[in-house]
Ligand binder design. Structure first.
Ligand code: OFO
Length: 183
């Protein structure tokens, strides 16, 4: 009996997502290294932590493919692209990256729906929620840099932002967790 529970299209899509998550991790690693070299240790710390989170996402896809009896294919990871031009640009690029990844997850959700592959649909729901969280986190960063002056942020504002980011939690609070006591 064939033990592979994924269609070839689905296995291909999930394998591409392994590379995509690894790519996201490389992007965070490169931005973190850039930030550190500019003296922004707090921003670098935040981005290094996030690089690790993306590797964890990669691992979840890899384990899921194995669990469903399909073949894992490890592909080359594309380069991270250019360094950010400044902190504002860095956070813009982080947001762009996350939106791109959300779109990629949505394509997989749609495929699982079309194929009525409910196990994969269910597996992917964790990522749908995670992407809301990651986009929220990236938007929070953009809000903070906007308050600090956006592309024209001065050194003292960047100093405070950098210090705050070192302690910023890795998870954003989501709307579904809000209550009237704790909006
Ligand atoms: Fe893997 O969530 Fe960000 O990209």
């Amino acid at each position: 009996m064939n033990h592979n529970r994924l269609s070839s299209r689905m296995a291909e899509g999930l394998n591409s997502q392994i590379t995509r998550e690894a790519h996201a991790s490389q992007i965070y690693l490169s931005y973190a290294s850039w930030a550190d070299a500019q003296g922004y240790k707090g921003i670098a710390n935040f981005l290094f932590r996030h690089a690790q989170e993306e590797r964890n996402h990669m691992m979840k896809f890899l384990e899921y493919i194995l669990e469903r009896g399909a073949e894992v294919k490890i592909e080359p990871i594309p380069g991270p692209g250019d360094n950010p031009k400044n902190v504002n640009n860095c956070f813009e690029k982080v947001f762009e990256q996350e939106v791109g990844n959300t779109e990629s997850i949505y394509k997989l959700v749609r495929l699982s729906f079309d194929e009525q592959d409910w196990a994969t649909w269910n597996f992917l729901q964790w990522f749908v929620k995670e992407q809301v969280e990651e986009e929220t986190l990236a938007l929070d960063l953009l809000d903070k840099i906007k308050i600090a002056g956006g592309p024209d942020a001065k050194n003292d504002a960047l100093y405070t932002l950098d210090r705050d980011l070192e302690k910023m939690p890795d998870e954003a609070k989501l709307a579904q967790d809000a209550t009237t006591d704790n909006p």
